[in-house]
Design a protein. Structure first.
Length: 108
Protein backbone atom coordinates (compact mmCIF):
# COMPACT_ATOMS: atom_id res chain seq x y z
CA UNK A 1 0.00 0.00 0.00
CA UNK A 2 1.50 3.33 -0.97
CA UNK A 3 2.04 6.10 1.57
CA UNK A 4 -0.73 8.39 0.27
CA UNK A 5 -3.34 5.63 0.28
CA UNK A 6 -2.33 4.58 3.80
CA UNK A 7 -2.56 8.17 5.05
CA UNK A 8 -6.01 8.58 3.46
CA UNK A 9 -7.24 5.34 5.07
CA UNK A 10 -5.87 6.41 8.45
CA UNK A 11 -7.75 9.72 8.14
CA UNK A 12 -10.95 7.83 7.27
CA UNK A 13 -10.46 5.57 10.30
CA UNK A 14 -10.18 8.61 12.57
CA UNK A 15 -13.30 10.13 11.01
CA UNK A 16 -15.21 6.90 11.67
CA UNK A 17 -13.95 6.76 15.26
CA UNK A 18 -15.36 10.26 15.72
CA UNK A 19 -18.83 8.81 15.02
CA UNK A 20 -18.62 6.25 17.84
CA UNK A 21 -20.08 7.41 21.14
CA UNK A 22 -20.37 5.89 24.56
CA UNK A 23 -24.16 6.04 25.00
CA UNK A 24 -23.61 7.61 28.41
CA UNK A 25 -21.39 10.44 27.09
CA UNK A 26 -22.07 13.12 24.46
CA UNK A 27 -18.48 12.90 23.15
CA UNK A 28 -16.94 10.43 20.70
CA UNK A 29 -14.33 7.86 21.74
CA UNK A 30 -11.57 9.57 19.73
CA UNK A 31 -11.99 13.02 21.29
CA UNK A 32 -12.38 11.45 24.73
CA UNK A 33 -8.82 10.21 24.27
CA UNK A 34 -9.80 6.56 24.57
CA UNK A 35 -7.99 5.51 21.37
CA UNK A 36 -4.31 4.95 22.10
CA UNK A 37 -3.06 3.43 18.87
CA UNK A 38 -4.20 2.82 15.28
CA UNK A 39 -1.99 0.36 13.42
CA UNK A 40 -2.92 -0.07 9.74
CA UNK A 41 -1.24 -2.90 7.84
CA UNK A 42 -0.77 -3.10 4.07
CA UNK A 43 -3.22 -6.03 3.84
CA UNK A 44 -6.11 -3.86 5.10
CA UNK A 45 -6.05 -5.11 8.67
CA UNK A 46 -6.24 -2.38 11.29
CA UNK A 47 -5.50 -2.94 14.97
CA UNK A 48 -6.86 -0.37 17.40
CA UNK A 49 -5.71 -0.21 21.01
CA UNK A 50 -8.11 1.66 23.23
CA UNK A 51 -9.33 1.95 26.76
CA UNK A 52 -12.54 2.88 28.53
CA UNK A 53 -13.35 5.63 31.01
CA UNK A 54 -14.07 2.91 33.57
CA UNK A 55 -12.85 -0.72 33.59
CA UNK A 56 -16.36 -2.11 34.16
CA UNK A 57 -18.09 -0.07 31.45
CA UNK A 58 -21.37 -1.89 30.70
CA UNK A 59 -21.36 -0.57 27.13
CA UNK A 60 -17.91 -1.92 26.17
CA UNK A 61 -19.19 -4.65 23.83
CA UNK A 62 -21.54 -2.20 22.12
CA UNK A 63 -18.74 0.35 21.63
CA UNK A 64 -16.27 -2.23 20.27
CA UNK A 65 -18.79 -3.68 17.83
CA UNK A 66 -19.75 -0.18 16.66
CA UNK A 67 -16.08 0.56 15.99
CA UNK A 68 -15.55 -2.74 14.14
CA UNK A 69 -18.60 -2.28 11.91
CA UNK A 70 -17.87 1.34 11.05
CA UNK A 71 -14.14 0.91 10.40
CA UNK A 72 -14.69 -2.26 8.34
CA UNK A 73 -17.17 -0.31 6.18
CA UNK A 74 -14.27 1.77 4.83
CA UNK A 75 -13.22 0.70 1.33
CA UNK A 76 -9.75 -0.82 1.69
CA UNK A 77 -10.20 -2.06 5.27
CA UNK A 78 -10.60 -5.82 5.50
CA UNK A 79 -10.59 -6.41 9.25
CA UNK A 80 -10.68 -4.23 12.34
CA UNK A 81 -9.39 -5.68 15.59
CA UNK A 82 -10.11 -3.72 18.76
CA UNK A 83 -7.93 -4.46 21.76
CA UNK A 84 -8.86 -3.23 25.23
CA UNK A 85 -5.86 -1.94 27.17
CA UNK A 86 -5.58 -0.25 30.55
CA UNK A 87 -2.05 1.12 30.27
CA UNK A 88 -1.74 4.00 30.52
CA UNK A 89 -4.75 4.49 32.73
CA UNK A 90 -7.19 6.96 31.16
CA UNK A 91 -7.84 10.29 32.84
CA UNK A 92 -9.65 13.45 31.83
CA UNK A 93 -6.43 15.18 30.73
CA UNK A 94 -6.45 12.88 27.66
CA UNK A 95 -9.60 14.51 26.27
CA UNK A 96 -9.36 16.92 23.36
CA UNK A 97 -10.28 20.57 23.91
CA UNK A 98 -13.45 19.87 21.90
CA UNK A 99 -14.45 17.10 24.33
CA UNK A 100 -13.66 19.25 27.36
CA UNK A 101 -15.85 22.05 26.02
CA UNK A 102 -18.69 19.63 25.20
CA UNK A 103 -18.61 18.29 28.76
CA UNK A 104 -18.45 21.78 30.29
CA UNK A 105 -14.85 21.72 31.51
CA UNK A 106 -12.49 24.68 31.32
CA UNK A 107 -10.11 24.65 28.38
CA UNK A 108 -6.62 25.92 29.10
Amino acid sequence: MDKDKKLKLEEQIVMMLKTVFDPEMPVDVYNLGLVYNIDLHDDGVVNIDMTLTAPNCPMADFIFEDIRQKVESIDGIETCNVKLVFEPEWDMSMMSDEARLELGFDVE
